[in-house]
Design a protein around this ligand. Structure first.
Ligand SMILES: Cc1cc2nc3c(=O)[nH]c(=O)nc-3n(C[C@H](O)[C@H](O)[C@H](O)COP(=O)(O)OP(=O)(O)OC[C@H]3O[C@@H](n4cnc5c(N)ncnc54)[C@H](O)[C@@H]3O)c2cc1C
Ligand code: FES
Length: 249
């Protein structure tokens, strides 16, 4: 996958979370698409760029919001690191819902919901947004998120036995929504899929580990239903966003 060197406009850190902004003259991201990113000075360790959701895009500046997990993300967050990124890729959220929709996010995985909320706003689609503030959220993150998602209902889940359920419970009757979009920890995606089954169409942003991100290695295969048969889909090209009912889990 072709990577482009870009000019980093800003880096912010909240504990182990980082927000990176860079000038992007290329293709405008659709909500739910992702880019492959690596620090340009990076040696062969790690060799592969890392997938990160397009968090925001405004006036030619793209942003990524990520948690530092291992070496790849640590290098990306380093002050002064030069950045290599791909075009935005993958199949994102289908925003053709026609009615009030709900956005549900948890942890750092709220990232793609920013662009989604903006896109829905431009299309005149009303949305309710519910974002988990997990107990593990770094200091400053809750304040930043309430600024960044000013219309969202924030749900702190410290001490809650089932955080995903706690966020979903805030939505009330799901029937009033034309669609539900979720991006959160695996437990949240699973809970959203089950809670809305047969009631509301749900789209889930998955984060299968990726290598090539162009459909050739099958490293990101997810089990799906195709014509009533269990099969596999490549999350990098057929996702990372999938309708919940298609997923065979
Ligand atoms: C489509 C897509 C979009 C993503 N968007 C974001 C985003 O917007 N923000 C963000 O913080 N992260 C995002 N991720 C996850 C991110 O790609 C990984 O955290 C990153 O690749 C880790 O690289 P590393 O070298 O820092 O850590 P590694 O050394 O590769 O791994 C460190 C730890 O992180 C865990 N890890 C690695 N990959 C994933 C993954 N895909 N999901 C969960 N845990 C993982 C590993 O199990 C390991 O414990 C996304 C992943 C995908 C597939
Ligand atoms: S990451 Fe290689 S096929 Fe998806």
């Amino acid at each position: 996958m072709k990577l482009h060197e870009v000019e980093v406009a800003a880096r912010e850190r909240f504990g182990n979370h980082a927000l990176l902004r860079y000038r992007w003259p290329g293709r405008i991201p659709e909500p739910g698409q992702f880019v492959m990113a690596r620090a340009s000075a990076q040696s062969l360790d790690p060799f592969l760029p890392r997938p990160l959701f397009a968090h925001d895009y405004e006036d030619g500046v793209m942003s990524l919001l990520f948690e530092i997990r291992g070496r790849g993300t640590a290098l990306l967050a380093e002050e002064d690191a030069r950045l290599l990124v791909s075009n935005p890729v993958g199949r994102g959220f289908d925003t053709d819902s026609g009615g009030l929709v709900a956005l549900v996010g948890g942890g750092v995985w709220v990232s793609p919901l920013k662009l989604l909320g903006k896109s829905l706003g431009r299309a005149g689609i009303a949305c309710d947004t519910f974002l988990e503030i997990p107990a593990t959220a770094p200091q400053g993150y809750a304040a930043w998120i309430s600024e960044s998602y000013p219309d969202a209902t924030l749900v702190p889940t410290e001490g809650t036995p089932d955080p995903s359920r706690a966020v979903l419970d805030r939505l009330g009757a799901l029937e009033r929504y034309a669609a539900l979009y979720a991006s959160g920890p695996a437990e949240m995606l699973d809970a959203a899929k089950r809670a809305a089954a047969g009631t509301v169409p749900v789209q889930l942003a998955l984060r299968e580990r990726m290598a090539c991100a162009n459909g050739s290695c099958y490293g990101c295969a997810v089990p799906v239903w195709k014509s009533g048969e269990r099969a596999y889909a490549r999350a990098c090209v057929e996702g990372p966003v999938f309708p919940a009912e298609v997923l065979a889990w």
